[in-house]
Design a protein around this ligand. Structure first.
Ligand code: ARG
Ligand code: ZN
Length: 481
């Protein structure tokens, strides 16, 4: 939820548009279905430094498809330095004499590809690896990178300290959207290339080290503890998190699902109570969206005021504490971030331009929750949003808001209003079917706005061009549905 009730300015004001392959550029030569995004390849045999995302052309890399990341990070809270190793299993989609990973700052100590030393070079956030021998197309290979140093941040949207790998007294939080992963591990940093993960965090024995998925083990050795986490469903890089520090950790289960929540020590226990409602919110959403797509559940509340947002980090959203103030905190933000587990995490965008596909459903889930808990009808949430929207909501098309407006009210509120308009047009029952079947058929996949429109038309048996044209692309306020 980027713009909660507190009126926080979270808009991507600091983002500077990149020159390069924009939306109008010809698409890929090397497109293969293995990586959901199109790949831009500079020359045959050479991986591309970007995937050609219309908003982030250099994010991700072309020429290969990652299947699995095995990341081991040892963190020292005094120096804020990491010593790390990433083992990445991927498939070459084209013959590769060299290829790129995204990595921001940090020092690469050594690299191998397919068991042999590989040459490395750095330019900006790109790490280029040259294997000893070129990789034929179709090769499954492993690259192992030993690296370390003091991780840095990106000038995140509206964030005082930036996002990425953000340090604070006694700990650190790896978090951000769309950029964060390359601040702490080398990766194909784009949601089009999802992969499974093992994340091993080694920290001083008195600290917690939280991440995504299932906690496989916790091993103490020489005053330090390694927390080993496993993500078994494909995950986009920006959804990987590491939260290290003094936390009250609670573990439990819900319908056989392991649940781990954590709240920064020093925060009121009312926040632990809010986190304890995570399974209740999940049950509510499962009734509307269908089965929860993952094998673990949880949430983390931190106290770093520089990260003034919540993020739908897979299986375990991360929340800034200001969402849970007061004696009985509202969990509407939990509904928002858990809705993202279906919409954003399991069903992911292929291009950042389509982020309304994520934020619309998450905002809509917030409306459903306030109807459920506070008896505020869905129609009231819609009408209020419709009537109080600022002019720029109507002049900014949610389905192509521009890079600097990825987290704008148009994407969130007009996105949710679009879903409501669809629901009014096709009827609540058909809309619920559109929603559930969308989540089900695209589980663990990548989608576009065109896919959504085609799906809604197919399920409803109606021609919906005018509706989507007006709500997603128009630059004036559509008529009230
Ligand atoms: N996807 C997040 C949410 O709505 C938004 C995070 C955006 N803010 C940021 N500074 N990156 O739940
Ligand atoms: Zn959201």
């Amino acid at each position: 939820m980027s713009k909660p009730r507190a009126g926080l300015a979270l808009v991507a004001a600091a983002l500077v548009a990149l020159a390069g392959c924009g939306a109008g550029d010809p698409r890929p030569v090397w497109h293969t279905p293995a990586v959901a995004g199109a790949t831009m390849t500079t020359a045959p045999g050479v991986g591309a430094p970007g995937l050609g995302d219309p908003y982030y052309p250099n994010a991700g890399n072309g020429g290969y498809d990652v299947a699995h990341y095995d990341i081991a990070v040892s963190y020292d809270p005094d120096s804020h330095r990491i010593t790390a190793r990433a083992a990445i299993r991927a498939t070459a989609l084209t013959p590769l004499s060299r290829f790129n990973l995204d990595l921001r700052g940090l020092t690469v100590r050594s690299a191998t590809v397919a068991g042999k030393p590989a040459a490395t070079s750095r330019a900006g956030d790109e790490l280029t690896l040259t294997p000893a021998e070129p990789l034929p197309a179709g090769t499954v290979f492993e690259t192992i990178i030993e690296y370390g140093g003091k991780p840095s941040t990106y000038g995140g949207p509206g964030q005082a300290g930036g996002e990425g790998f953000v340090q604070h007294d006694g700990g650190a939080i790896a978090l951000g959207q769309p950029e964060s992963a390359a601040a702490w591990f080398p990766c194909n940093d784009h949601p089009a290339d999802k992969a499974t993960y093992d994340i091993k965090l080694t920290v001083p024995g008195d600290l917690a080290a939280l991440s995504n998925g299932v906690l496989r083990s916790r091993t103490a050795k020489g005053g330090r503890t390694t927390w080993e986490w496993a993500t078994t469903s494909p995950m986009a890089t920006y959804l990987a998190t590491a939260v290290i520090g003094d936390y009250r950790v609670r573990t439990g289960t819900h319908d056989g699902l392991p649940v781990i929540t954590a709240v920064a020590d020093g925060l009121p226990t009312t926040m632990d109570d809010a986190m304890a409602r995570t399974p209740e919110v999940l049950d509510f959403l499962e009734e509307r969206f269908g089965p929860y797509p993952f094998d673990a559940l949880g949430g983390i509340v931190h106290d770093n005021a520089n990260l003034r947002f919540a993020l739908e980090t897979q299986t375990r959203p991360v929340y800034v504490s200001s969402f849970f103030l007061g004696p009985k905190p509202s969990v509407t933000v939990v509904a928002h971030e858990l809705a993202h587990q279906w919409f954003g995490d399991s069903v992911s965008v292929r291009d950042w331009r389509d982020i309304w596909l994520n934020e619309s459903y998450a905002t809509y889930a917030g409306w459903l929750w306030v109807e459920h808990e506070f008896k505020r009808p869905l129609a009231t949430s819609f009408t209020t949003a419709y009537e109080t929207a600022a002019e720029e909501v109507w002049t900014t098309p949610p389905a192509d808001p521009g890079r600097e407006n990825m987290f704008s009210d148009s994407v969130y509120d007009r996105g949710a209003m679009t879903l409501y308009a669809l629901r009014q047009t096709v009827g609540a029952e058909t809309f619920d079917r559109i929603t559930r079947e969308w989540a089900d058929k695209n589980k663990d996949g990548n989608v576009s706005t065109a896919d959504y429109i085609a799906h809604a038309e197919q399920v409803s048996g109606r021609q919906l061009d005018d509706l989507f044209q007006a709500w997603l692309y128009g630059r004036t306020r559509p008529a009230k549905p």
